[in-house]
Each structure stands twice: as structure tokens, then as C-alpha cells.
Design a protein around this ligand. Structure first.
Ligand SMILES: CC(C)=CCC/C(C)=C/CC/C(C)=C/CC/C(C)=C/COP(=O)(O)OP(=O)(O)O
Ligand SMILES: O=P(O)(O)OC[C@@H](O)CO
Ligand SMILES: [Mg+2]
Length: 253
């Protein structure tokens, strides 16, 4: 048996040797294929490192496939699925965050959806990247949908304990998630403690709307920043471009 990191995971590690990374999340529920294609094209020009595709409420089937295909046609960036369940799998994507919501109270989100999706990932040859997914307060839609017991914002030690457990279970990425559109992003103190404890790359997302907030997360120790709502809801393609530039500068300096 050969268990080696695949192409996308290796790409992430290579890039991380030089800088912190910026991943843009597109939710097929909120963006049509044409807009997704345009955002992906701009993202590549501006220096974003990958596009994530997913949503917690129904990014599946033809709608999901259409958005992934449009992104592949308009940019060379890696496409990584960010599934809300086994329904969030598209054969057109390069990789999938094969994630377990470790602080869910519902086994479906810890191992159930993963079992239901595993054969599909194998059949399509999508690269699975094992990831510990942790919901931090407020948690928003994903916290509610994922039956999470959100980690209190002022309890960084709980987040660090879950993150280390995830690493010891073999997960090769840890994602701290405040929830899409969160009023406040994950606190820097929590990012800093988690980063100190784990050895695998740390992803942070949810509620990061400004270059300054992105910089604060990076300064605290985040390796990869995910932004979605700020770009999706910018109002126009031109404004989305400005936002992307601002966020990317915050992350890359
Ligand atoms: C690995 C496989 C096959 C499944 C994993 C399934 C798990 C663990 C899901 C975690 C819970 C969940 C609902 C995650 C959704 C992650 C996500 C795409 C969040 C961003 O979506 P939002 O933008 O918040 O979605 P809405 O816009 O629908 O609120
Ligand atoms: O939409 P935003 O708030 O940028 O959040 C991104 C991501 O962490 C959500 O899963
Ligand atoms: Mg969304």
C-alpha cells in the first residue's frame, strides 16, 4: 500500500514554504457558474492559491458540477471540494477536504457522511485530504446544520485539544471555522494556541472581511486563510476584484 500526499496536498506544502496561502470559497448556492468562472479567473491573476467549492445548504448535483466545471475552464487553480455531506462531491474537482466535524454531536458529521462518500471519491479519483474541522462560536449556519457544540471563543485550550486529537488521529490539516458570514472571526489568541500545539498546517475561516482581519489571523499563526462571503457579496465583479486584492495583500503582505 502506498500512502503518499497527492498533487494538491503537495502543492499546498510547497507553497507554504514561501508564504501563507489564500483560498477562496465559492458556494454554488450563491454564485452561478459564469460568476464563479470570473471570480476564479480574477483570483488566479491576483495570486489566490486555490478555489474551494461547497455550501452547507444544498450545493449538490448538477448545480455543483456546473460551478466546478466553470472554474476549471477559466482558471488553472486547484479546485478543492468543501462538502456539507456526501452530496457535496463532484467528479470534476481535483481534491476534497475529507473532513470530520470533530466537535459535532451527531456521528453523521464525524464518520457517517464520510462513509457514504468514500466510494464515490475513489471511483472518481478525487484526491482526499484528511482534515479536522472544528466549529468555533458563533458557528452560524454550518454550526447549526452540523449539529456542532461550538467551541467558546474565550476557550482556546478546548480548540487546541481537539486540533491535537485530530492530528493524532491522522488528519493532515486543521480548520478553525467561525461560520460563513460570522460577525467575528476566530480570535487571534485561539489561532496562536492551536498553532503552537499542532504540526500540520492550520486553516482559518469565517467572518474574515478585511485585509486587516486577514493579516491579524496570519500574524497569529494561520497558514491558510479562507474567504468567501466578502467576495461573493461584494456587489459587483469590480468590487469583488478590489476585495480580493485587499484580502490577498493582508495575507501575503
Ligand atoms: C468528507 C465528506 C464526504 C463529508 C464531510 C461532511 C461534513 C463533516 C460536513 C461538516 C458540516 C457541514 C455542513 C459543512 C459545510 C461546510 C461548508 C461548505 C461551509 C460553508 O458553507 P456556507 O457558506 O456556510 O453555507 P451556506 O451558504 O449554505 O450557509
Ligand atoms: O464566508 P466567510 O465568512 O468568508 O467564511 C469562509 C468559510 O470559512 C466558511 O466556511
Ligand atoms: Mg455560503
Amino acid at each position: 500500500m502506498k500512502l503518499q500526499p497527492g498533487k494538491v496536498e503537495s502543492y499546498i506544502h510547497e507553497r507554504l514554504e514561501n508564504e501563507r496561502l489564500h483560498f477562496v470559497l465559492l458556494d454554488p448556492d450563491d454564485v452561478d457558474p459564469e460568476t464563479a468562472g470570473k471570480i476564479a479567473e480574477m483570483s488566479e491573476e491576483i495570486g489566490v492559491d486555490a478555489i474551494m467549492i461547497g455550501g452547507s445548504t444544498g450545493a449538490e448535483g448538477d448545480v455543483l458540477d456546473g460551478v466546478v466545471k466553470a472554474i476549471k475552464e477559466s482558471s488553472g487553480l486547484p479546485t478543492i471540494l468543501f462538502p456539507g455531506s456526501h452530496g457535496g462531491i463532484s467528479k470534476y474537482a481535483d481534491a476534497i477536504f475529507f473532513m470530520s466535524l470533530l466537535n459535532s454531536t451527531n456521528p453523521f458529521f464525524i464518520t457517517g457522511a464520510q462513509a457514504l462518500g468514500a466510494f464515490q471519491v475513489k471511483r472518481y479519483g478525487i484526491e482526499p485530504i484528511p482534515m479536522a474541522y472544528l466549529i468555533i462560536e458563533p458557528g452560524e449556519t454550518v454550526g447549526w446544520v452540523g449539529d456542532a457544540k461550538p467551541i467558546p471563543r474565550h476557550k482556546p485550550k478546548i480548540a487546541a485539544a481537539y486540533a491535537l486529537a485530530g492530528q493524532y488521529l491522522g488528519m493532515r490539516l486543521v480548520y478553525l471555522e467561525a461560520g460563513s458570514g460570522a460577525s467575528k472571526p476566530v480570535p487571534p489568541e485561539m489561532i496562536a494556541l492551536v498553532k503552537r500545539v499542532i504540526d500540520v498546517p492550520l486553516i482559518v475561516g469565517g467572518g474574515i472581511r478585511t485585509g486587516e482581519q486577514a493579516r491579524a489571523a496570519v500574524n497569529a499563526g494561520a497558514d491558510i486563510i479562507v474567504t468567501g462571503t466578502a467576495i461573493e457579496k461584494a456587489g459587483s465583479i469590480e468590487k469583488a476584484r478590489e476585495k480580493l486584492v485587499e484580502l490577498n495583500r493582508g495575507i501575503k503582505g
